[in-house]
Design a protein around this ligand. Structure first.
Ligand code: RIB
Length: 295
């Protein structure tokens, strides 16, 4: 019934520009905004807004960006009992968003890079699901997956950003969620064959998110292809995080995989219709209204 997220917490410094600059290019943009972000915090907020009980383990600094980074987590009621304060600046993401809603992100990891396995919780018994991403040091993510797996939790890994495959981490993962770029890095290919090849490395379920093309999910027994929910994107930042958080929230409440995938798909689409990451995430009521056809 309860989800632990071990992941990054950032403040997002975002500017909309007429295009994403090419190397060596300067483009003029609009006013900058500072909003809460970080893949870990984003996924925790998405899961909490979707109705799950959520705790986050991670770190922030003591600086001016701390408050902005924590605003969404606090507002969504995420348990911050495992959040640590370290002697490093709060993580900061520098984001450029194009008129089409696409983005380019550079992360200054700061405090996130100072999380160590000693920061992980002692007991895992109050959680059913562990949700991980790739923005903390690999030994922390791997250590969390190992301990959670041994304690009987379902480990869900969103392998973003893409890194070299970690066989030990994959071996302790129950559900792997990747996008087209990440599946290419992990499996060296695309499509159902690549997704199925990852099933042989540990996970029982692999989901590949395909942006405007929806998603593909494979298990040893089944294949689920879901079209995207059509929207006009304003800002896609955090859409993948919304997908992961909502999927885990629905799975942790015992809903079947196809139902959880539909809710995650709708939620990710809604998150693209507004600016920001956590600030754009839909409520449970908004997701439900679309799923039941009342909106
Ligand atoms: O996935 C989007 C997130 O990536 C942003 O909120 C940014 O902080 C980076 O972590």
């Amino acid at each position: 019934m309860s989800v632990l997220v071990v992941g990054s917490v950032n403040a997002d410094l975002t500017v909309r520009a007429e295009r994403i600059p090419a190397p060596g290019e300067t483009v003029l943009g609009g006013d900058a905004t500072v909003s809460p972000g970080g893949k870990g915090a984003n996924q925790a907020v998405a899961a909490a807004l979707a109705g799950a009980r959520v705790a986050l383990c991670g770190a922030v600094g003591r600086d001016a960006f701390r408050e902005a980074a924590l605003r969404g987590l606090t507002r969504a009621g995420v348990d911050l009992g495992h959040l640590h304060t370290v002697d490093a600046p709060t993580g900061l993401a520098l984001i450029t968003v194009s008129p089409e809603g696409e983005n380019a992100i550079t992360v200054a990891s700061g405090a996130n890079a100072h999380v160590t396995p000693s920061h992980l919780p002692e007991g895992w018994g109050s959680f059913t699901h562990l949700l991980l991403q790739g923005e903390l040091p690999p030994e922390v993510t791997r250590g969390a997956a190992r301990r959670a797996h041994a304690a009987g939790l379902t480990v869900v890994l969103n392998a973003a950003p893409a890194r070299d495959p970690d066989p030990d981490l994959l071996a302790h993962t129950g559900h792997l969620i990747v996008n087209e770029h990440e599946v290419a890095v992990l499996a060296g290919g695309a499509g159902e064959e690549a997704a199925r090849s990852l099933l042989r490395r540990g996970p029982q379920t692999v989901t590949v998110t395909l942006g405007g093309e929806g998603s593909l999910t494979v298990t040893p027994e089944a294949t689920h292809r879901l079209p995207a929910h059509p929207v006009a994107p304003v800002d896609t930042t955090g859409a993948g995080d919304t997908f992961c958080g909502v999927l885990v929230a629905w799975r942790s409440s015992g809903r079947p995989l196809p139902e959880a995938l539909r809710a995650a798909t709708v939620a990710a689409a809604l998150a693209c219709t507004r600016s920001g990451a956590q600030d754009a995430m839909p409520s449970l009521a908004e997701i439900g209204a679309i799923l039941t056809g009342t909106r």
